[in-house]
Design a protein around this ligand. Structure first.
Ligand code: ARG
Length: 576
């Protein structure tokens, strides 16, 4: 029940009837100002200027036709044409009530399954033998929310955890792992320390570094001993990361790992192919692709190296192979990459080569959904007091610790177990929501007090809105009469319209890959409910029929809030 889509489709039919094929998109969008109606048609001025006719008379003609379409007769109570060329649509209360009943009777809240596409989502993608850092946090959280949304809408989603599990650094890492295993059977304790130690030895101990070089070659040749050690490193790292995924309530699992090593066998063939087709050329021993669309200061096309002089392949080569694989082998119709903004140029270059070579056809989109870095309150990159990168597990511990203090102050009546559960739900939820609710292309300021506040667009605010309704519903005795939803005033009307915008919100998140749209809508929904609840008594309504109807509105609000938070992977406690 996508109202926006219904209205838009009917409008498109009217344009067809009038034999107008506009070059701009036909748009009907929800309105936030009451006097402009519930939805507004706002594409008329642009179309009129294209056609060189008066927007107002075009709007009037369109309105006249719209009034005759069945969709508008069912769902719209009146249509206002306003200068200079807008059409405001006011939805019909009976139609709203009927749609709410449909949503109430459906586990999916009336959201339809779409014709499914195969969509690959590249997200999280940490590096082996390193701790996940805050940059991976953003990718992991945002990517997972989009994955959940796409899945719910019915798409076939392939999660791709493009871990950094290949490269020359593995020589020194497996050499050190081998040594430590001789010493004792203990596994890597701190990954960061392990990595640093391998590096130190590689730089200071010639025998060690010689062995490291040998091991790189052996590993690449598929030597069994080296491969076993390498697999162990990957395993230990990903086991640790898996615990973080679980804490974050992120749906990634071991089956989603598609690391850089997967594409390694494809690389020689790709370089050869690009060379023979004249897309790449040799330049001082290296293999380079020149891209005229990327120019340096002197106006020369930029050369992207895909194989170094020593025969080594690069991160770019891997991403070329990776896109090719996702199209050819995984049959992706669309690919989304959640990677921070600093890798934008890298991806654009890799994809320019991919397109040039025709490895992925133009109708399959390659989308870089980038985001900025996390800043501290003073606007500097987020670091520990000592200036190191913040470990994700430490960050989550602190979130839960801070939330626990709030919970014990606010909800002393709950028992210890419940308080622990709540602290976790609120703490982790707050960190996730703070990230998800920001428009993700920009840097964002990480501020504990803001994100844990019960006021404003935060996880605790939305979670509390849900818990409050759940508590109202718990007070209802079962023998209360039931009855249909009736929309009888303004506050109910606004709440109803918001509730029914769940589906179009999901579609926007899916299309643009932007979970902040979901957060903004949840915040609006919670606000609409709160204004409804202030003005419209539920259990003490004048008429029993009113109580019945309002209870249904409350129930649907609770279920919708819960579903929305679930799309973000945020826990929804029943009591707070
Ligand atoms: N491992 C990389 C990093 O930590 C991110 C990989 C992103 N995905 C990709 N296809 N390049 O920076």
């Amino acid at each position: 029940m996508d109202i926006k889509k219904r209205l838009t489709d009917a409008l498109a039919d009217v344009f067809a009837e009038l034999k107008i094929t506009p070059e701009v998109e036909i748009t009907v969008r929800p309105s936030s100002v009451k006097k402009f109606g519930d939805y507004q048609i706002n594409c008329i001025m642009q179309i009129a200027s294209q056609l060189k006719i008066s927007p107002l008379s075009l709007a009037e003609r369109i309105a006249e036709h719209l009034r005759k379409t069945p969709t508008y007769q069912h769902t719209v109570s009146h249509i206002d044409v306003v200068a200079p060329g807008f059409i405001n649509l006011f939805l019909n209360d009976d139609a709203l009530a009927k749609m709410l009943e449909v949503a109430l009777a459906d586990d999916r809240l009336g959201v339809e399954n779409v014709i499914s596409k195969t969509i690959v989502v590249d997200y999280s993608s940490p590096n082996v033998a390193k701790e996940m850092h805050v940059g991976h946090l953003r990718s992991t959280i945002i990517g997972d929310a989009v994955v959940r949304t796409l899945n719910f809408l019915g798409h076939h989603v392939i999660r791709a955890n493009h871990i950094g599990d290949w490269g020359t650094q593995f020589g020194m890492l497996i050499a050190l792992l081998e040594e430590q295993q001789h010493e004792s059977s203990r596994s890597l304790s701190g990954l960061e320390a392990f990595y640093r130690e391998a590096k130190r030895r590689d730089e200071t101990d010639p025998a060690f570094s010689k062995k490291a070089r040998e091991y790189v070659v052996k590993l690449q040749q598929g030597d069994a001993h080296c491969r076993t050690l390498w697999k162990q490193l990957v395993h230990i790292t990903m086991e640790q990361n898996q615990r973080t995924y679980q804490r974050l309530n992120v749906t990634l699992g071991p089956q989603d790992i598609m690391g850089e090593s997967l594409y390694n066998p494809m690389l020689p063939g790709i370089v050869d192919d690009l060379l023979t087709r004249g897309i790449a050329e040799e330049s001082r021993g290296a293999v380079v692709v020149y891209l005229p669309e990327y120019q340096n200061k002197e106006g020369e096309s930029m050369g992207v190296i895909i194989r170094k002089k020593d025969g080594a392949y690069l991160y770019t080569t891997t991403d070329i192979a990776c896109a090719k694989y996702r199209y050819e082998t995984l049959h992706a119709d669309r690919m989304l990459y959640y990677i921070d903004a600093r890798q934008h140029q890298h991806l654009m270059q890799a994809w320019a080569i991919v397109r040039k070579a025709g490895y992925v056809p133009p109708e399959v989109s390659l989308e870089h959904h980038m985001f900025g870095v996390m800043l501290d309150k003073s606007g500097k990159p987020f670091k520990t007091r000592e200036g190191g990168t913040v470990k994700l597990s430490d960050l989550l511990d602190e979130a839960v610790f801070r939330a626990a203090q709030i919970v014990s102050a606010k909800s002393p009546h709950l028992d210890a177990g419940e308080q622990r559960y709540l602290a976790n739900a609120i703490g982790i939820g707050a960190v996730k929501y703070a990230d998800l609710s920001k428009n993700r292309t920009t840097d964002y300021v990480f501020d504990w007090d803001n994100m844990l506040s019960f006021e404003g667009n935060t996880a605790p605010y939305i979670q509390y809105a849900f818990a409050r309704i759940a508590s109202i519903l718990r007070r209802v005795t079962t023998d209360r009469i039931s009855g249909p939803v009736v929309i009888s005033n303004d506050k109910e009307h606004t709440l109803a319209v918001k509730l029914l915008q769940f589906e179009e919100t999901l579609h926007r998140v899916a299309k643009d890959g932007t979970p902040h749209v979901m957060c903004a809508w949840l915040y609006d929904l919670a606000g609409a409910f709160s204004r409804f609840y202030t003005d419209c008594p539920i259990l003490n309504a004048l008429e029993p029929a009113q109580t019945a109807s309002r209870l249904k509105l409350a129930e649907l609000t609770a279920r919708t809030l819960k579903m929305g938070l679930t799309m973000l992977g945020i826990d929804v406690p029943e009591r707070m």
